[in-house]
Design a protein around this ligand. Structure first.
Ligand code: NAD
Ligand code: WQD
Length: 352
């Protein structure tokens, strides 16, 4: 059976993508997850991380799991040797923007060296189909909105994390120029939020969340006292930062559609595609939507701007519609309702 190798498949976006793939009735690949568990939880005595066990339970299908670091060439070689890998979906990375300022070398190691090691192993095993987890952060400070794929990348990126995503895109362009066999789809995510509607898998940040939606969810459930609104003087609808929040299940469906693109012969080379809704919401709008969806009050206090934050960004999602026949279908209300279902059923995440 052909295999789909998913690096970082035990994490937030990876687990939802594995779920979306396995929910396809005619899905023709075996799923092989490689994850070093640096940001995913496996209970003592279990063979697989909790997220993957829950997916197996919900779908009745089996996931192959290997605790391997993507920088471990030998470990990756063994996995590629055991499975008939046709395509790689590469999620594994460190992703905390603030931490990347403190530990730039760790971010280069994991995100750039790790990615290059994976590509070497792919090349050695003649696997050339790749879906890469990129980010709207590659656009840096927007010159125009909405952000389309032709917008310049690499200028004014405010964090080492963001630059690792940009550098990896540049490496992938060079790779595609070196050998026409490579087919690389770089999915530039906007702000993934929410959870699977079952409430059984979701985002499980370590410690205090850096991102807005998990922070709000933890205020609503009583784990954190109040949200600090970073900046109320931006030139936006109500002074707070505006972002293109996208439901993680829509994002996962985008990967299912991207996988189908490999079967079309007309595509080769490096292909960047935005995954966003095309609509921006402010921090206050998200807080109001979360309160409405959860029936809980979310205390919020004004705070200074966070260093490196943009005033606003949102996607031009036309390329995804044209190339993948994909469009985000879920509303901000759905994102909040599903984030709340996950948070209230799993107040301590997967460790609960
Ligand atoms: P996550 O931390 O939940 O998942 C990443 C997974 O990769 C984790 O399970 C972690 O244990 C694993 N991992 C990390 N380093 C590894 C290594 N060296 N070897 C093997 N496994 C390793 O993060 P996520 O939110 O699911 O993000 C997935 C991808 O999407 C990342 O590449 C991230 O940069 C990108 N992305 C995320 C967002 C977001 O806001 N969540 C936005 C844009 C892009
Ligand atoms: C959203 C809005 C904050 C927390 C980050 C990365 C980006 C991408 C997605 C990976 C902003 C405000 C937040 C809080 C707040 N990740 N906020 N109080 O900064 O758009 O993007 O995640 O590629 O690269 O930079 O997302 O969720 O942190 O912030 O007021 O406690 O919420 O200022 O306006 P961001 P976020």
């Amino acid at each position: 059976m052909p295999a789909l190798l998913v690096t970082g498949g035990a994490g937030y976006v990876g687990s939802h993508t594995v779920m979306a793939m396995l929910e396809q009735p005619d899905f023709e690949y075996e799923i092989v997850v490689v994850d070093n568990l640096s940001n995913a939880y496996r209970a003592e005595g279990d063979k697989k991380p909790v997220a993957l066990l829950r997916i197996e339970e919900m779908t009745g299908k089996t996931i192959q799991f290997y605790e391997v670091d993507i920088r471990d060439k030998q470990g990756l070689n063994e996995v590629f040797g055991k499975h008939d890998v046709h395509c790689v979906v590469h999620f594994a990375a460190l992703k905390a923007v603030g931490e990347s300022v403190e530990k730039p070398l760790e971010y280069c190691q994991a995100n750039i060296t790790g990615t290059c090691t994976l590509f070497e192993v792919m090349r050695d095993h003649r696997v050339y189909n790749l879906i890469y987890s990129s980010s709207c952060t590659v656009y840096g400070e927007p010159e125009r909105l909405p952000l389309d794929e032709e917008h310049p990348t690499g200028r004014g990126i405010s964090s080492p994390y963001g630059r690792t995503k940009y550098f990896c895109e540049e490496i992938m362009k060079d790779l595609c120029a070196s050998d026409p066999k490579w087919k690389i789809i770089s999915l530039r995510y906007f702000n993934p939020v929410g959870a699977h509607p079952s409430g059984r898998i979701g985002e499980d940040p370590n410690g205090i969340p850096n991102n807005l939606m998990p922070f709000i969810a933890q205020v609503a459930v009583g784990r954190l006292p109040e949200l600090k609104v970073f900046g109320t003087d931006y030139p936006t609808i109500d002074g707070t930062g505006v972002r293109d929040y996208i439901h993680v299940v829509d994002l996962a469906d985008g990967h299912v559609k991207a996988l189908q693109l490999f079967h079309r012969n007309e595509f080769s080379g490096f292909c960047p595609i935005n995954l966003g809704t095309g609509t921006g919401y402010s921090v206050y709008q998200v807080v109001a939507a979360f309160e409405a969806a959860s029936g809980r009050r979310v205390a919020a206090a004004r705070a200074p701007r966070r260093a490196g934050d943009l005033a606003a960004n949102w996607a031009a999602p036309a390329a995804a519609a044209r190339l993948l026949a994909w469009r985000a279908a879920r509303s901000l209300r759905d994102m909040c309702a599903d984030a709340w279902r996950w948070q209230s059923a799993n107040p301590d995440g997967y460790r609960g």
